[in-house]
Design a protein around this ligand. Structure first.
Ligand code: MN
Length: 193
């Protein structure tokens, strides 16, 4: 993907009451915009200037360029995985088969993902990804990290930086995390396989 703001497939209030319009206004409109702007400024005149965001995340050394590229990729995958509450269907086809094989059930996947998101210390992300052997895995990634950095394919993420939930849930990270399942669009996740 190019370093640019993704177009949201829902209106600013379209994820309420799980995520408020005000949170979208700040999280998407200000935080993500800042990462996009910073990445453009930091890469100007460098070997990374014309590169896709995924390639920067895979190859940039630790530091500002990686941090901002990671956050552009993470937030793009994050905001595009949502849809209005109750219309996101359930996993089907190949994705449903992998969930059954690697977790036993969707409920178990959700439980493990919630556990990762709730217990992650500090700022970061819980990720569902496909590893190099084709197995689903859940990892905790600190700060701007993304499974792509280890050569794994990112599928679904939960942002547990406080800016993701503090307007709507204050300090109640666990409440926020559990509500997110209502707005996950499993068709989008399946398309990332
Ligand atoms: Mn965020």
């Amino acid at each position: 993907m190019k370093n640019e703001m993704p177009k949201l497939p829902y209106p600013q209030n379209g994820l309420e009451p799980v995520i408020s319009a005000e949170t979208i206004e700040f999280h998407y409109g200000k935080h993500l915009q800042t990462y996009v702007t910073n990445l453009a400024n930091l890469t100007q005149g460098t070997e990374f200037e014309q590169k896709e965001v995924e390639e920067i995340v895979s190859t940039a050394p630790d530091g500002g360029i990686f941090n901002n590229a990671g956050q552009v990729l993470n937030h793009t995958l994050y905001f595009l995985q949502f849809t209005a509450p109750g219309v996101g269907h359930t996993p089907e086809g190949k994705l449903a088969e992998l969930i059954q094989r690697d977790f036993g059930s969707l409920e178990e996947l959700k439980k493990q993902m919630e556990e990762a998101a709730i217990t992650l210390f500090g700022s970061g992300w819980a990720w569902l990804s496909l590893d190099k052997e084709g197995k689903l895995q859940i990892t905790k990634e600190t700060n701007a990290n993304n499974p792509l950095r280890q050569g794994n394919k990112p599928l679904l993420c939960i942002d547990v930086w406080e800016h993701a939930y503090y307007i709507d849930y204050r300090n109640r990270r666990a409440d926020h995390v559990k509500k997110l399942w209502e707005i996950i669009d499993w068709q989008v996740i399946a398309n990332r396989l």
